[in-house]
Design a binder for this molecule. Sequence first.
Ligand SMILES: NC(=O)c1ccc[n+]([C@@H]2O[C@H](COP(=O)([O-])OP(=O)(O)OC[C@H]3O[C@@H](n4cnc5c(N)ncnc54)[C@H](O)[C@@H]3O)[C@@H](O)[C@H]2O)c1
Length: 266
Amino acid sequence: MHEDLQREFSLESRTAVITGAASGIGRETACILARAGARLILADIDAAGLAITAGLINDQGGTAHIRPANVADRADVEALAADAAERNGVDIWINAAAIHFAAPMLEAPPAATERLLSINLLGTYWSCAAAARVMQPRGKGSIINFSSTGADRPTPGISAYAMAKAAVNMLTRTAATEFGPLGIRVNAVAPGFVDTPMVSFRYADETGAINPARREEVLRLLSEGIPLGEIGTPRDIALAILYLASDASRHVTGQILRVNGGASMP
Ligand SMILES: NC(=O)c1ccc[n+]([C@@H]2O[C@H](COP(=O)([O-])OP(=O)(O)OC[C@H]3O[C@@H](n4cnc5c(N)ncnc54)[C@H](O)[C@@H]3O)[C@@H](O)[C@H]2O)c1
């Protein structure tokens, strides 16, 4: 690859904050961004999981700092941003933190619905604002939110999750219009089904133990509805995020990048 292209995709001397970095796609994104040269600030409520992610990054010669944080707590998110800014400044902020639960609307426990909205929607909202606050004085930055194919296709049993992700789409586009004049880009990735701890309930038994045969069957059935014929991997999503984080996407903002094998094309 020619040097000019390498430079445009490189994250050398950039600092990236990633929420939800203790697991799944957030963890893989942290590893990929570190390999592209970024220093990482890893945030999550799961401190043990953060230590594992930091270990993976250190093993590959990268730099990662652990900062436990609860995205549903606005003051904690503001403090995370202030800490990160004081360290190296913040160039990239990725909002992967989220939870999931499945229940029909007539059975969904109100407390679970409120908790989901406070993390998946308000947590993303607080994080966008906190990120932009510390990026503004530098006149640049890239914020990347997490949407979902669930925001495109009405699916019974995931109303709260889908509602939050659909709202994240509009938050992304509105923030892009507000922050664009400040030099800050705001985009979202929208994965289809990706096999992570978030979705293992689909093939776990009543005790939560994973049933390998059921897992294989569920993944096969899910693949059947996808034009490209397979479900995505955390790496597929992380590579899209690398693009949105880097200068290669310098003219891209307010976009929802669907990385779902064609599962939805609105
Ligand atoms: N896995 C999928 O099929 C899929 C599909 C579409 C979108 N997504 C989105 O991708 C993102 C990553 O999901 P994943 O599949 O890697 O899930 P995951 O469960 O593996 O990771 C989510 C992380 O968020 C953290 N988290 C939860 N609540 C938090 C809080 N209040 N504060 C800070 N951190 C918190 C968890 O501790 C966990 O480490 C999420 O936004 C999810 O909605 C996932």
